[in-house]
Design a protein around this ligand. Sequence first.
Ligand SMILES: Nc1ncnc2c1ncn2[C@@H]1O[C@H](COP(=O)(O)OP(=O)(O)OP(=O)(O)O)[C@@H](O)[C@H]1O
Ligand SMILES: [Mg+2]
Length: 453
Amino acid sequence: MKTPILVVEDDRGMCELLEIGLGRRNFDVRWTTDPRSVLTRLMQDAVEAVVTDLHMPGLSGIELTKQLVGNRPDLPVVVITAFGSMESAVEAMRAGAYDFVTKPLEVDALALVLNRAVQHRALREEVKLLRKAVAATHSFGGMIGDGDEMRKVFDLVHRAAQTDVSVLITGESGTGKELVARSIHNQSPRKNGPFVPVNCSALPEHLLESELFGHTRGAFTDARNARRGLFQHADGGTLFLDEIGDLPLSLQPRLLRVLQERKVRPVGSDAEVDIDVRILAATHQKLEQAVEEKTFRGDLYYRLNVVQLHLPPLRTRGNDVLLLAQHFLDQTAARLGKRVERLNPKAAERLLAYNWPGNVRELHNCIERAVALSSYDQIGIDDLPERIRDHRPTQALLISDHPSELVSMEEIERRYILRVLDIVSGNKSLAAQILGFDRRTLYRKLEKFGLPS
Ligand SMILES: Nc1ncnc2c1ncn2[C@@H]1O[C@H](COP(=O)(O)OP(=O)(O)OP(=O)(O)O)[C@@H](O)[C@H]1O
Ligand SMILES: [Mg+2]
């Protein structure tokens, strides 16, 4: 298909020459000798770029460029200027022209500039579409995702929000567990109440206890004043117990009692206080396993796990990587006041190939850094951290038909171990079992190959 463009030039002979010349180079040339008719003409003709002469009776090329930029900012304008007249070229660019070419016209040079202009326009349109797609999924409390798995997550978030049951949110680090918890709260009838997050792994046991349940004055040496616990702070709202897998075994029966009785008893107090709190909990650990190993109480696990919501790792979310990347890119560019608009295709390819052990958080950091570094309107592979730039997908490479890509048995072993570990999410016992090693052998191999053990 030929690319439709409009030529504005008062010399009819020149118009006809361009029609033939550009016509041979895959352009469908419409032309007019009257610059004042251009805006109306564009309402009927869908063209992708405009070429205009500078000196025309009625309206100058500069004036026309300004009109076009004002009315049709999507259309790139290429201005034809006299050879050697730098001033008019500068003036045209200031007026908002995409580029200029000089007389005497070389059709090849003009075709080149036009091709670039049209491509540039197509990219801008693509960015707009992508932004719309991102905006359309925004209703889930700032959560982006378009794949089947994430749609199921959004659906479950929505349904869980209508109820008051406990939800256990699972998923690797950085997959968005806290975001999901906030989103459930914000869509729930408790949305006007407080959302109180508490990290169960951040505090030593006794501090966590008084933090959660509160304490009376003099309950322990440092307790100079009575203090309300986080359960009470969350009254009427939601308490988010993050890293619940790290909740000390000794505190678990107390938490269970609160969940059953809906009452808390502050440390050092005999009296119980009624509370109305919804509990959400999150963990990156396999709690079932902890229950089997008796490091987590089964009865508490079943109380917390009325609904389980699992967040898939980013590496299995397919094109969501690019959707999220574009979202973080727009956000960061706006914040830093930079005109970075998109990822170039090579960078996008690398992001898709990488395995994202740190999931969405890692992607977020990577894009923030890239936007800050980038000196163009797009992010290229040089703006990506080395580990992502140089990442080689472990699958597919095992067997190749190309002699230059064939590798040693040792390298096969290294890659296969990596691949197995990847699939079992780093579970060493399981990996060793699959590989037919005992754990000691697996650790020895990891060390030998310089892999994290
Ligand atoms: N679907 C998503 N759309 C947009 N942003 C997301 C999405 N998922 C996660 N994020 C962002 O990624 C970052 C990490 O998310 P979050 O803190 O919720 O993860 P987490 O699972 O709680 O991680 P950790 O286990 O390390 O605590 C946050 O900045 C969050 O806003
Ligand atoms: Mg978290």
